[in-house]
Design a protein around this ligand. Structure first.
Ligand code: SAH
Length: 461
């Protein structure tokens, strides 16, 4: 971060602008939203500047800026139409201690003016360090859409309710009131009767005060392998209704975007082998939020019942008498097999299929390797990347045919999905060479169908 965002008070402060053309007008329009005292230096001010001078909004000096003019000013804008004049003015301003912005000249500026979403007193400033003004504008447009125009008025009235709202029980009841106030019923009440907004909003607070606290609940929801279209409708509904979402690192960004925007989002994920929130901490979070009355969604990658430490979390809820239910999801094995264009089971080939984890609490997990090594067996290996050579060794040791196909599907169902076809003999070397960084599932016993000469249509994600 090269530029540090701050909000500067311009109350009782002087801002000096050099220039009186259209460039200056654009900046003045922003500055006039503040209560700063604005001095404009220009020997050829355009109409708008003259009008603002006439109405007392700015002080116009009909001459070029000179030494001494910027003394004591907090901010300075070199908004001249000619670059040389702007440069000259900037030198004076800097010498006199103001922070300088030379309009449209990043290099020569001490500060930049961000794109602004104005819901006074709520202000959102967007900066891209000059990298992409188009992006800043696009973000601004998105935010404008999301922040109701009533937000400013609500925030002003909201200040009056703060002490009173603090009497609501802390945590969820307060958050629920403010969410209702700013995003649900508040804007409607304000729209309906702007003059009586205060009374109507006071009534809203009263209703929240009188409400019996909700009973909390935890839904263990499967987020699927990553593609938001692979969420179940039930999962989607649960996300829409959640007050609190406690989610794993495997859950993809487009899925998190489906959560209610007022929901409290808590990441407990571990990314790869990086640091993670301890299971105890996760259990505590579940219990604490549900006890406070929240509808909690515990969002887990794939299916919550597959290698997701689900039982430990349920065991934490039971003594606290917190109700819960499970919403199944599409597990990584299903998505990966689909990517391979294969079937998990096939008559005459395998009557059973295994989902195994390569890791257990002690390290690499031991399995019934002799059974796994039989011809035709299909095994989906979760968390297998690091254990590839171990699995290879165990399979060969227990008599697996070295030519047994192995497929690896990285980022199954995501835009960056990748499949790798190898064999037991080559597994360790091929996987090491492939530089797999995303979550990956290993399928022992199956090659991608395409590798067998069949066509599978690539559907654009
Ligand atoms: N509950 C999850 C599995 C959690 S264990 C499920 O049902 O899918 C985490 C492992 O799942 C990862 O190490 C990886 O092996 C696998 N995995 C999860 N998402 C995946 C994806 N999109 N593509 C490939 N493998 C994935």
């Amino acid at each position: 971060m090269k530029y540090f965002p701050i909000f500067v008070s311009l109350e009782q402060n002087r801002v000096v602008v050099s220039g009186g053309g259209e460039t200056a007008v654009a900046k003045l329009r922003l500055l006039l939203k503040t209560s700063a005292h604005v001095d404009v230096f220009s020997d050829a001010p355009v109409r708008a500047v003259q009008d603002w001078a006439q109405s007392g909004h700015v002080t116009l000096h009909r001459r070029k800026l000179e030494a001494g003019d910027v003394a004591g000013a907090r901010l300075f804008y070199a908004a001249d139409e000619e670059a040389e004049e702007a440069e000259r003015a900037a030198v004076i301003a800097r010498a006199e201690g103001a922070i300088v912005n030379v309009v449209d000249n990043l290099q020569a500026s001490d500060f930049i003016t961000p794109a602004i979403v104005d819901r006074d007193p709520v202000t959102v400033a967007i900066g891209t360090e000059g990298a992409a003004p188009v992006l800043a504008r696009a973000i601004k447009a998105k935010l404008e859409e999301q922040l109701p125009p009533t937000l400013g008025a609500l925030a002003r009235v909201g200040k009056l309710f703060r002490a009173q709202a603090a009497k609501l029980p802390q945590g969820l009841p307060q958050r629920k009131f403010w969410a209702d106030y700013y995003f649900a019923r508040g804007p409607k009440l304000l729209d309906a009767a702007p003059e009586q907004a205060e009374a109507a909003l006071g009534e809203l607070l009263q209703q929240h005060m009188e409400q019996a606290p909700d009973a909390g609940h935890v839904a263990f929801v499967g987020a699927g392998p990553g593609d938001p279209e692979l969420l179940t409708l039930k999962a989607r509904n649960a996300l829409h209704e959640a007050d609190v979402v406690i989610y794993d690192g495997l859950v993809s960004a487009p899925i998190l975007e489906l959560c209610r925007r007022e929901a409290l989002m808590i990441a407990v994920g571990k990314v790869g082998f990086g640091p993670s929130t301890s299971q105890q901490k996760i259990n505590d979070l579940l219990v604490a939020h549900a006890k406070a009355g929240a509808q909690v969604v515990r969002l887990k990658g794939g299916d919550p019942t597959v290698f997701g430490r689900l039982d430990e979390e349920i065991d934490a809820l039971e003594p606290a008498q917190i109700s819960w239910h499970i919403v199944p999801g599409i597990t990584a094995a299903s998505a990966s097999i689909a990517a391979l264009g294969q079937s998990l089971t096939k008559r005459g080939r395998n009557q059973d299929v295994r989902f195994m984890t390569a890791h257990d609490m002690k390290g690499f997990a031991e399995q019934d390797w002799r059974a796994l090594a039989r011809d035709g067996e299909v095994t989906a290996v979760y968390m297998g990347k690091r254990a590839a050579r171990f699995i290879q060794g165990r399979m060969l040791m227990h008599g697996a045919n070295p030519a047994t196909p192995v497929s690896i599907v990285e980022n199954a169902s995501r835009p960056d999905q990748r499949t790798l076809a190898t064999t037991i003999a080559q597994l360790g070397a091929d996987l090491a060479a492939a530089n797999v960084t995303g979550p990956a599932l290993m399928v022992l016993g199956l090659a991608p169908r395409a590798a067998q000469g069949h066509q599978q249509q690539e559907i654009a994600l």
